[in-house]
Design a binder for this molecule. Sequence first.
Ligand code: TYD
Length: 209
Amino acid sequence: MKGSFITFEGIDGSGKTTQLNKLAESLRSAGRDVLLTCEPGGTPLGREIRKAFLETKQDVEPLAELLLFAADRAQHVEHLIRPALQAGRIVISDRYADATTAYQGAGRGFDLKLIESVIAIATNGLKPDLTLFFDIEPQLGIDRMAFRGENKMNRMDQESLDFYARVRAGYLRIADAEPSRFRVIDASRSVEEVADETLGIVTELLASV
Ligand code: TYD
């Protein structure tokens, strides 16, 4: 495949979406063709799925949650990500499969072998070239979310400190297992410092392809 696939990960409140927009702006002003997307909800069908299970007051079964994230991803990969990569574009996704490993695996406690098979089915083997993990202490993430205002919160945003600590530990285990793909960025620093490091790492990747 000709393009580059970059994903952003982080616990809620890590500031990754701000960083994603800043990175896209820098790359576009350098003349790069960038597709910005997100999970869940990167496609019209995905937005319907997202509404049905994230923005609901229904009691959602953890297995249903796992499979709905996977359904959203299958649509996202085949309808948006793969065609864009085939056209040689840089695709940057706000979350992808590592979120399932961290949230449903480490957070909800699903067996990692099961998580791996669900991911393999949903992605049909498509892996990011680079993943940036915006790392912060869970308490800081919760404080930042509270600052944003409670009316914007979805079902996942209302989890406990303990849940986010497990999710963060799950992400850090991926970093240990795959250090060249999965890079950890200290996201407790200023927006500018984090943006500089982000751009540096991505520029390195793009120079190598
Ligand atoms: P969203 O409002 O898109 O938040 P964010 O800006 O934090 O990405 O909410 C998505 C939520 O879904 C977020 O709490 C992470 C969670 N999530 C999973 O639990 N598993 C997944 O596979 C994905 C993609 C997201």
